[in-house]
Design a protein around this ligand. Structure first.
Ligand SMILES: Cc1cc2nc3c(=O)[nH]c(=O)nc-3n(C[C@H](O)[C@H](O)[C@H](O)COP(=O)(O)OP(=O)(O)OC[C@H]3O[C@@H](n4cnc5c(N)ncnc54)[C@H](O)[C@@H]3O)c2cc1C
Length: 374
């Protein structure tokens, strides 16, 4: 808005303004996911941290149409754009359960996209259609006990045997690994072909030889199930190959890009939630006769956090806009995920600090500062 002699411009801090990538439809979607997460999921968050969240969350979300927001209508999806998947990633944080958000995101934004992008019509009908309804649950198997960051170091082998393949190996840290009906499995089919020696398979989790070995304990996100899996002479037909034989590495690298942006959006939203909850606390909690938020040190912490969150959000949205418009901005996607995850850790740490509880750095800093006569 331009200033004129007649007008007095005042900052509109309270204005609710949507980002340009979002339409009114996205905002309506945002509200309905938020209502659902707040009313139907959040009340169980603590219990599910003990028990893991139930499979019925998938069926309920399927009923509501939330598992196929950006998936084609031909397979039961809503036919929305990529931004609608970002809206889900952001609003599901209102479930107050990082583990639940991760379990859902693995299903919708990690395992499902490669089936839609590279799968045969039969594979889409068999797995994507019921997955969008929440009747079948998906997981994705890349990581192995001896190969994490170094995806090319995986050892799970798929060896051709007549018209079939025989799979042997193990996968670890597999989200939804205990509950899933099918796994998008990364294997090596040709050990001498370098990056051209990988192949993806869709392996039903009830196939003989698939062993759900162990539920893994984690430091947090206990609501999600994280599995160690073994594959012992698992026989699958050639029709279980997902995409092209020998192109699995490239297929999975493509999948990681969409997943990383969804992760970034979720982390920005999680940071915002920490911020808002702590802001409320800073208004309520009093020390030395005033709200703790009125101390300049604490006020500046909020200013720092808000600025970092906004920076991460803008980077995520801008990169999502490029991705949704047909670009493949791998560098910026990595930047967005890096920044969003760092901001989330910093904000969570700062928010815990503001909540105090057991000895606060601010008081120590104040004692030290005053000791210099300041
Ligand atoms: C909660 C949770 C859920 C997960 N869900 C899934 C899932 O559903 N499916 C799946 O396949 N995987 C999943 N993972 C696995 C995740 O993708 C891996 O943990 C990740 O790829 C890192 O692998 P790693 O843990 O083996 O670490 P490593 O690769 O062993 O790395 C160990 C350390 O070394 C560093 N490092 C490694 N290589 C280099 C290098 N070249 N240069 C410098 N430093 C390096 C790493 O940054 C890290 O700090 C999940 C993990 C967690 C924690």
């Amino acid at each position: 808005m331009a200033a004129t002699a007649e007008s007095v411009l005042k900052p509109d801090f309270g204005a609710a303004r949507k980002h340009f990538i979002f339409t009114d439809e996205h905002e309506q979607l945002r509200e309905s996911i938020r209502n659902f997460a707040t009313k139907e999921l959040a009340p169980h968050a603590e219990e599910w941290e003990e028990t893991t969240f139930p499979d019925s969350v998938f069926t309920r979300m399927g009923e509501l149409g939330f598992l196929g927001l950006d998936k084609p209508e031909a397979y039961g999806g809503q036919g929305g754009d990529y931004y609608s998947a970002l809206v889900l990633a952001e609003e599901i944080t209102n479930a107050n359960s990082g583990g639940l958000a991760m379990g859902v995101a693995v299903h919708t934004d990690m395992a499902m996209p490669p089936i839609l992008a590279f799968g045969s019509e039969e594979q889409k009908q068999e797995w994507v259609v019921p997955a969008i309804k929440g009747e079948k649950i998906l997981c994705l198997g890349i990581t192995e006990p001896d190969a994490g960051s170094d995806v090319s170091g995986i050892k799970t082998r798929a060896v051709k045997d007549g018209d079939d393949y025989i799979i042997n190996g193990s996968k670890t840290y597999i989200t939804n690994g205990h509950r899933a009906d099918v796994i998008v499995l990364v294997t090596k089919t040709d050990v001498d072909a370098g990056y051209d020696g990988f192949t993806l398979f869709l392996v039903p989790m009830d196939a003989p030889g698939v062993i759900r070995e162990k539920k893994l304990e984690k430091l947090g996100m206990h609501a999600s199930d994280t599995a160690l899996l073994a594959f012992q002479d698992v026989r699958v037909p050639a029709s279980a190959v997902l995409g092209q034989v020998g192109k699995g590495f490239y297929h999975i690298m493509w999948e990681l890009q969409g997943e990383r942006l969804i992760g970034a959006a979720g982390m920005v939203a999680g940071s915002q939630k920490c911020f808002e909850r702590t802001l409320q606390y800073a208004h309520e909690r009093k020390a030395f006769g005033r709200e703790i938020g009125k101390f300049q040190v604490i006020r500046h912490k909020f200013a720092e956090m808000a600025t970092k969150i906004e920076g991460a959000r803008q980077m995520t949205y801008m990169t999502a806009w490029r991705f949704a418009n047909g670009e493949y901005p791998v560098r910026e996607i990595s930047m967005a995920k890096l920044v969003a995850s760092r901001v989330l850790c910093e904000v969570a740490d700062e928010c815990i600090q503001i909540h105090g509880g057991a000895g606060t750095d601010e008081i120590m800093l104040d004692v030290i500062g005053r000791s210099y006569g300041l």
